[in-house]
Design a protein. Structure first.
Length: 317
């Protein structure tokens, strides 16, 4: 029986030595055929991989004319992907040689699922040792995205393999710089896509990458970028049939509330109020009153004072 093709999308920005290691972990896969799409997100120099296309292994390189971030980079790859399965491998992460082989096998055993994830460990240098930390909950089996991702994503983006059908149903990646992976998983949950789990450790997440990684930014900009992803998640929920599920809605509202507090503490009053506006859109008198009070007081109160007030009231959310 002929194997189905897997597309691997690697977004990168600089860090070419690390990226070369990442690419080699793809070419060393026991599975074929593979389509490798490398998205150079406007690195300082043009990335030239140390591999070329061969039988069962196609290589394509896209270069952005400006730095667009991880979400847009993955989307550039997704749009031209031809595989029956799609994986997004961050350029600082590595795979076990049997990763794709075993992930495809598990997905084929679970035709109801649209994504399979494996156990991930953190590393700063290879080879792996028994002391390497396992990603929290990546060794736990989940069948649904929502509300599980609100307690922290159990899987690395690099640890997931998606079916073509699931990818088409989810549609474009949100072109954000922070939490774009949460937004993608959230959209998958809104579409009721199911998950299966491979309990083997097949993905290695690098923890000592420097500040040139695609999503690196300062604290203030990180929170502003996260707010944009959360606003996108809210829009997806509004358009979803899961809009009226209390557990999903309440988890998202709690996330919105907590992030608004962080923004006020960072003196980003306008962005904090924009998030709070979402709370006021729900039919809850208490939330509407809170939003209106914050809007009324915002011209006269310091942003940090609004943050303190919301922090004290967080027990009600």
């Amino acid at each position: 029986m002929t194997n189905k093709e897997v597309t691997v999308v690697i977004p990168l920005h600089n860090r070419f030595l690390i990226a070369d290691e990442c690419v080699m972990s793809v070419i060393n896969q026991t599975y074929r055929p593979i389509e490798l799409i490398i998205v150079d997100d406007h690195s300082d120099e043009v990335f030239v991989p140390k591999i070329r296309s061969e039988s069962g292994f196609k290589v394509e390189i896209i270069r952005h004319d400006e730095n667009k971030g991880p979400g847009a980079s993955r989307e550039s790859g997704r749009k031209i992907a031809r595989g029956d399965f799609i994986a997004y491998l961050d350029s600082d992460d590595l795979w076990h040689p049997q990763n794709l082989e075993k992930q495809v096998e598990v997905l084929q055993m679970h035709p109801e699922a649209g994504m399979c994830y494996c156990v991930s460990t953190e590393f700063s240098a290879m080879p792996q040792t028994s002391s390497n930390k396992i990603r929290k909950r990546s060794n736990v089996s989940f069948q649904e995205f929502l509300p599980n991702i609100f307690n922290g994503r159990p899987w690395d983006t690099s640890a997931c393999l998606w079916t073509r059908e699931a990818s088409d149903l989810i549609g474009p990646w949100f072109c954000g710089w922070t939490w774009e992976d949460y937004a993608y998983d959230f959209k998958a949950g809104c579409e009721d896509i199911l998950i299966c789990h491979n309990p083997e450790t097949l993905c290695y997440h690098r923890v000592d990458s420097n500040n040139s990684q695609l999503s690196y930014t300062g604290r203030r900009q990180l929170m502003l970028n996260r707010a944009k992803s959360i606003l996108n998640m809210y829009a997806d929920l509004r358009a979803s049939k899961n809009n009226n599920k209390p557990i999903i809605r309440d988890k998202l509202l709690k996330t919105i509330y907590d992030n608004a507090i962080h923004l006020f503490y960072l003196d980003e009053k306008e962005a904090g109020l924009e998030l709070l506006e979402i709370l006021g859109s729900f039919p809850d008198f208490g939330k509407k009153l809170l939003v209106e009070c914050c809007k009324f007081a915002s011209p006269i109160l310091k942003s940090s004072t609004l943050g303190d007030t919301l922090y004290r009231l967080r027990i009600f959310f």
